[in-house]
Ligand binder design. Structure first.
Ligand code: ZN
Length: 137
């Protein structure tokens, strides 16, 4: 039998017995970013207007909000695979460094407003629908 061990970072102060909350970073689009996510949801536009209820998936360059240079490919050493969990849904973020950034706070405010008043067609920011991106392995 082959055992696979996946190492997932836990946020500071959480238990290390498997019950602690894991560290989930916020992924944002950035043309200068250090990696490309293959499956990022984007709104669909026709004639300059956003088409409601339609999203498309495309590879998208970006970065973690808490780092300009960190990459996210799983790294395996000595039978242990270390993964970097990330999401484009700010409500799912637990990384304390990501949460402390101005960008993350702005995106969270945007999401809160959208939930309060419904999706606005004029939005320039692309806050993507719910799902996490790049499920490792
Ligand atoms: Zn982070």
């Amino acid at each position: 039998m082959t055992r696979r061990i996946v190492n997932v970072s836990v946020i500071p102060g959480e238990l290390l017995d498997g019950s602690g909350r894991v560290c989930i970073h916020l992924f944002i689009q950035d043309e200068q970013g250090p990696f490309v996510e293959m499956h990022v949801l984007h709104p669909v536009y026709e004639d300059g207007k956003r088409v409601k209820q339609r999203l498309e998936v495309k590879p998208t360059r970006g970065r973690l909000v808490c780092s300009l240079t960190r990459t996210v490919a799983p790294i395996t050493r000595g039978g242990v695979t270390k993964v970097t969990l990330r999401t484009d849904d700010p409500r799912a973020v637990t990384c304390l460094k990501c949460l402390a950034t101005k960008e993350c706070k702005e995106i969270l405010e945007e999401v809160a407003l959208t939930e309060q008043f419904g999706a606005r067609d004029t939005r320039q920011e692309e806050v993507q629908d719910g799902s996490s991106v790049g499920t490792p392995n």
